[in-house]
Design a protein around this ligand. Structure first.
Ligand SMILES: Nc1ncnc2c1ncn2[C@@H]1O[C@H](COP(=O)(O)OP(=O)(O)OP(=O)(O)O)[C@@H](O)[C@H]1O
Ligand SMILES: Nc1nc2c(c(=O)[nH]1)N=C(CO)CN2
Length: 230
């Protein structure tokens, strides 16, 4: 996704969530500087999802009941703690997308196996990035920002770990996306997380329209979604 397309949505998110754009940009710049100072290069290849059905695993309570959806996919991209839970259920994770909130040790461990891990820096996780990224195998780290990209920090679009995983799979050519572990109406989540999940839903709705696709996870929900207007 080019940043010019993403930026108006990013501005709406900043306003709605009350985030500070400069803090995101600072986090991106510190991240880029830290990566340059570390020994080694970040992941420099491309993920190959061309023609694949890719499972985008969310961390909702339905995940363990929907493992077949992940098992039946050609590739699995896990959002944050969904990665640890899939591994505990003996399901391989081809890529993890995380802002290091929750299970950072899983992120570190997966990089040491050579599994690509998309590590996102934003205005509220600089400490975690500073603590955990140096422990990763850098050649498996794909650094991202939600602000404008600055090499080697990239922006594939998306906001929460889960919808960013979907934008990533789209970017790398997935032909079909399926969504185990997504519970938009999860009563267990607090207000801040609910607000994030609402953005995740709106962003997935935007993505499916860009792809001229229909995501099963949105069936029965579309008429109640406030579409992103650009
Ligand atoms: N009911 C749910 N509860 C939590 N996450 C969900 C749920 N349904 C879908 N997801 C997706 O799973 C992703 C991973 O959630 P998790 O709680 O492990 O990470 P997080 O870093 O706390 O999430 P977030 O990106 O919202 O900060 C979320 O980003 C969201 O996109
Ligand atoms: N500034 C900021 N950006 C974010 C945040 C957050 O808490 N603060 N959380 C995200 C997904 O959890 C993604 N982006």
């Amino acid at each position: 996704m080019d940043f010019e397309t993403w930026e108006p949505i990013y501005e709406q998110i900043l306003e709605d969530m009350g985030y500070d754009r400069e803090a995101d940009e600072r986090a991106r710049d510190v991240y880029a500087g830290m990566l340059r100072a570390l020994d080694g290069e970040v992941f420099d290849g491309s993920l190959d999802f061309a023609g694949d059905r890719v499972a985008i695993a969310g961390a909702g309570p339905s995940l363990e009941g929907e493992l077949e959806l992940a098992r039946g996919a050609d590739a699995v991209v896990a959002a944050s703690s969904a990665g640890r839970r899939l591994l505990a259920s003996e399901i391989g994770v081809d890529c993890l997308v995380t802002d290091l909130d929750g299970t950072p040790e899983t992120a570190v461990r997966l990089t040491t196996y050579g599994t690509p891990v998309v590590i996102h820096a934003h205005g509220d996780n600089a400490n975690a990035v500073h603590e955990y990224v140096p422990r990763c195998r850098l050649s498996a780290v794909i650094p991202t920002t939600q602000a404008a990209p600055r090499t080697p920090v990239r922006n594939f679009g998306g906001f929460t770990d889960g919808d960013r995983a979907a934008f990533l799979a789209d970017h790398f050519g997935a032909s079909e996306l399926v969504f185990p572990g997504w519970d938009f109406d999860d009563p267990a989540v607090g207000p801040a997380k609910r607000q994030k999940l609402q953005w995740a839903e709106r962003l997935l709705y935007w993505l499916e329209r860009r792809r001229d696709d229909r995501f099963d996870v949105l069936d029965g929900r579309r008429s109640a979604i406030d579409p992103i207007e650009l």
